[in-house]
Every structure is written in C-alpha cells, then in structure tokens.
Design a protein around this ligand. Structure first.
Ligand code: 2U9
Length: 343
C-alpha cells in the first residue's frame, strides 16, 4: 500500500515536469498515462488488492490522480495545437521573427500607374483592349496605307492561322474600339503592352509598354494638347521641367509634334542621356487626322481632337536611369528589389 502511494507521488512529479517538445507529445502522453494499457488504468487495477477499510480513501486519491493526469493532457494538447510544436517553456520567445520578404511593384507598373493617375485627374477614363488585333483596328483605321512599312512582316508579328490577325503594334487600336462604340466627347487613356518585330538589344525589345491618350470634343485645339502634356510632365518630373515641341509626322495625326523635356540628369549642362543637347524626347502627339475621325463617323468640321503616345520604358528610363531595356523582362530579383519607393 505504502509502495503504491509512493508510485503515485512519483508519477505526479513526472507528469508535472512533462514538457511539450514536439507536435506528438500530447498523444505520446495520452498513450503512456491514459491509454487502455496506460499507467492510470494499471494503478486503478490495484484497487482490488487494497484492504476494504482503506478503499474509500484510496479511491478518492486515485480519482484525484486521474483528474490531475487528464488536466495535464488537455494542457499539452492545447500547447502543441497552438504552436505546432514547442511550449512556452522550451521555446525562446525573445528570438527575432523570420524575415518576411515584401514584394515590390515592377518599375513599369509603378510608372504606368503614376502616368494613368495624372491623366485620371484631368478626367481621362481608362480603356483597355485585346493584344491580338485585326489589321483594321491596328492599321487601317489609323490611316496607315497598305504599303506602309510598319505593316511589313519585318516589323509586325502576324498570326499564322489568319493573315488578318497580328499582335498590336500600338495601343491606338484600343482608341479605335472606343471610337466605334462611343460618340464625342471622348477622353481616354490606353495603357498596354505592344509588340514589334525587333532584334532584342539594350535599346530595342520585341514588346514594350505604351500609354496613349485621346481627347475628342468640339473646339479642341493644339493649345489644349500643349497644356495637357505640359501639366503631365510637371506632375511626372516636377515643376522645374521645361518643354519644347518639334514638328513631326505620324499618319494618324496632322499636324504632329514630338515633345522634349529639359534633361533632368544634367539639367542642361550636357550628358550622354541627352546627347549633350540638354533635351530628351518623351512623347509623340498631334491633332487627330480628319480621315481617322471620318473612319468612325465623326464629322471633322464639328469635332476635333488631340492624341499622344509614349513608351512607359522611356519614362521609366528617365525616372530611374535604367539604360538597358532587357532588364525590364529578365525578372532578376536584384534589379526588381531596387524599386521600393513609389514614383
Ligand atoms: C487615334 C488617333 C491618333 C497616338 C499617337 C504618337 C503620336 C506617338 C509613339 C511614342 C513613342 C509610340 O511608344 S512609342 O514608340 N507614339 O508618337 N501616338 S500620336 O495617336 C492616335 C491614337 C489614336 C484614334
């Protein structure tokens, strides 16, 4: 009897000291103490050998021991369920946490979002369209004649199954689809990926990203174009930036102009980004060609419009000084991790 009481005391001490050090600790404990062949059952079995006058006291003692063991089991179960393994006692809670890698936006996405938000402030809506286009929306509607070099297989990716299908070479096809559905006033901004059959190098890629804009209404003038684009570069590059327009030619605009901004890298003193001119080209623009308006049933005597287009990679290059276009699509984490602040 005395021996049995000593055994119970020893088991209680062992149980009290039991530590949850792995996910299956609670189960191992249950099998050892509370299982059908466990210690609690075995001690209960000793009841038959206890003299009758001691049975009451011993029964009480056994019940307490069983309850004590069951409570410990519940504690172990909770500890291993919550932590997956270790307990408060065996785990150093003061250890620093595991670093959680925070992703960053791709620089092209950051710059695109910024450009889009500037035009959204001016009341431009965003429009998107398919990257696989037909000849009409990409070229025909844009006043590109059948013999225009851009239509050449050398310059454009055509889809084998259907000679009328191609990968859009500019997002003007999106504006074409807007004009099909919507009558003036129209004010849209079209961001998207475009494709050209170029040999990949630091300065050329077979795909890049464009943002084009279109504004059509009554009495829209070249002055509106200039002020809109001036506002854009000030928001994008700061209030000190200067602009200049140079006459240019595009089949879909007349007159056409390219816009330069003062070189932000050398501030006019001369560097290789501005080729020592103090100016860098940023976008193309112009008044929408009357033929393009007519293609969509818009009367050029009543409505006029301006349009512009820019390469997001180009803006990104000026903003972040990235000098190799290939970096944008190589997904090299060492490159991508450098763009942690928003533009
Ligand atoms: C419609 C009518 C006219 C969009 C325009 C440009 C000028 C232009 C280039 C800039 C660099 C393409 O990414 S780039 O290579 N774009 O210079 N784009 S005007 O003109 C339009 C668009 C839609 C209906």
């Amino acid at each position: 009897m005395e021996e049995l009481l000593q055994q119970i005391e020893q088991h209680k001490a062992d149980i009290a000291a039991y530590e949850p050090d792995s996910a299956d600790t609670a189960e191992t404990f249950r099998i050892k103490y509370l299982g059908t062949k466990g210690i609690v059952k075995a001690i209960m079995g000793e009841m038959k050998n206890v003299p009758n006058e001691q049975k009451k006291n011993f029964g009480q003692l056994l019940n307490e021991f069983k309850k004590f063991t069951e409570e410990k089991y519940e504690l172990l179960k909770a500890a291993t369920e919550n932590t997956g393994a270790a307990s408060h006692a065996s785990f150093d809670w003061t250890l620093p946490g595991d670093p959680f890698p925070v992703g960053t936006r791709h620089p092209i996405t950051m710059v695109r979002n910024k450009i889009v938000s500037i035009f959204q402030h001016l009341g431009f809506a965003i429009a998107e369209g398919p990257e696989i286009e037909d000849d009409w929306h990409n070229f025909g509607a844009m006043n590109l004649p059948a013999d225009h070099p851009a239509r050449d297989m050398q310059d454009t990716f055509y889809i084998n199954q259907n000679p009328d299908w191609l990968l859009r070479t500019h997002t003007s096809s999106v504006q074409a689809r807007v004009m099909e559905k919507q009558k003036p006033p129209i004010r849209v901004i079209c961001p998207g990926r475009v494709y050209r059959n170029e040999t990949i190098s630091a300065r050329a890629h077979c795909f890049f990203h464009q943002i084009e804009g279109l504004c059509i209404d009554e009495h829209v003038s070249f002055a509106d174009l200039k002020q809109t684009l001036y506002y854009f570069v000030q928001e994008m590059f700061g209030k000190d930036v200067k602009v200049r327009f140079r006459p240019s030619y595009f089949p879909f605009t007349e007159p056409s102009a390219e816009m330069d901004i003062s070189c932000l890298i050398c501030e006019g003193s001369g560097c290789n980004v501005c080729k020592h001119t103090g100016w860098v080209e940023i976008l193309g623009s112009g008044m929408v060609h009357p033929k393009v308006l007519e293609n969509f049933g818009i009367d050029p005597n009543k409505h006029t419009g301006f349009a512009f287009g820019m390469g997001v990679e180009r803006v990104c290059q000026l903003k972040f000084r990235v000098n190799d276009l290939r970096l944008y699509s190589q997904n090299d984490i060492r490159f991508l991790q450098q763009f942690t602040s928003s533009v």
